[in-house]
Design a protein around this ligand. Sequence first.
Ligand code: SF4
Ligand code: SF4
Length: 362
Amino acid sequence: MAEVNMEQLLNCAFCPNMCRSECPVLQVTGREAVAPAGKARISALLNEGKLDWNEAFLEAVSNCLGCRGCTIHCPFPDLNLCDELLYTRMKADSKGIGLPILDPYLNNLKKYSSPYGQKTGVISTANRDADFLIFNGCTSLANNPASIKATMSLLDRAGISYQMIEEDCCGYPAQVWGNQELARHLAAENKQKFRASGASTLVTSCPECWLTFTDRYPDLDQALPLEVIDGPSFFFNLVKEGYLKPKKKADGEGLGILSYHDPCIWARTARKVNEPREIIEKIPGIKLKEPLSSKDHTRCCGGGSMFQLAFPGTASAIARRRLDEFPQKAAIITACPFCREGLLQEDRPVWELVELLEQFFE
Ligand code: SF4
Ligand code: SF4
């Protein structure tokens, strides 16, 4: 089992804490206990045996979106506070301590392989020879099947042969909530299904799934035997190589102002900030304006690390704070199912990138 790094944790615990201006959880709650250094202090004291493991301390160290906003000002380049907090939650799980609010979702994962319950939007294609395997992720399957239809339609128009299989959750909710055993089980199920598909390339438009496949599966001894490509790069390449072109009569002017919200993982981990913008700007007449914080300085929508299930009130306040950074009345485009959902708070359109492409590309 991965273990906490006490040296890094103590660096953070006693740091001047310049990152507090970037931590969305601290910004909306005002609780020092959930500031980055506050969580580091509690984690350090728990791991040193100076605090008793209990639900209240677990609640504090679970108040992290995994957004890595704190890295913007952090003087310790090797510190991955999100992971240190995750290892602390894993330790809490091994001691039988959990957050009761997560029980229904964990039970759903065990029973249905989806945190949302019985899978309703299951889509599978019979195209067993295709090299590309599209992984939609349980949030799109449960809450936005329109984005899956848009993906299928775009791939058909591009003439790309692909397959979709009956997916199990990638396992990341179980992992961020500290349940390694369940996360490993789901990873092993998926690995077996991916291998059986015969595909050589796995494509996912969900950043959390992408990070799970590329970074977390190796930690679970479940490294995948196929290449994993992020959705923004995949569609960028289809456009760049001419498989998809703006429709002849495409005219984005009627949409008014558009603004792109960078999902934290695509921006700060995968470094995919130019690809979505370059695709959007190919639509004639489009007016794209940046929000106050963008690209690798983006701010989380409140949906990272399944936060909206664990802390719905705080997640919603974080989303409203993020929405204030966008030009008034601008429709928002993003490239993550959690961000779309989190930002759908007001009477303004929020689309996933593939939904926009489906309207304007052929
Ligand atoms: S995350 Fe970095 S900047 Fe923030 S308190 Fe910890 S060490 Fe300091
Ligand atoms: S990853 Fe995001 S939510 Fe977590 S401590 Fe850092 S800034 Fe705060």
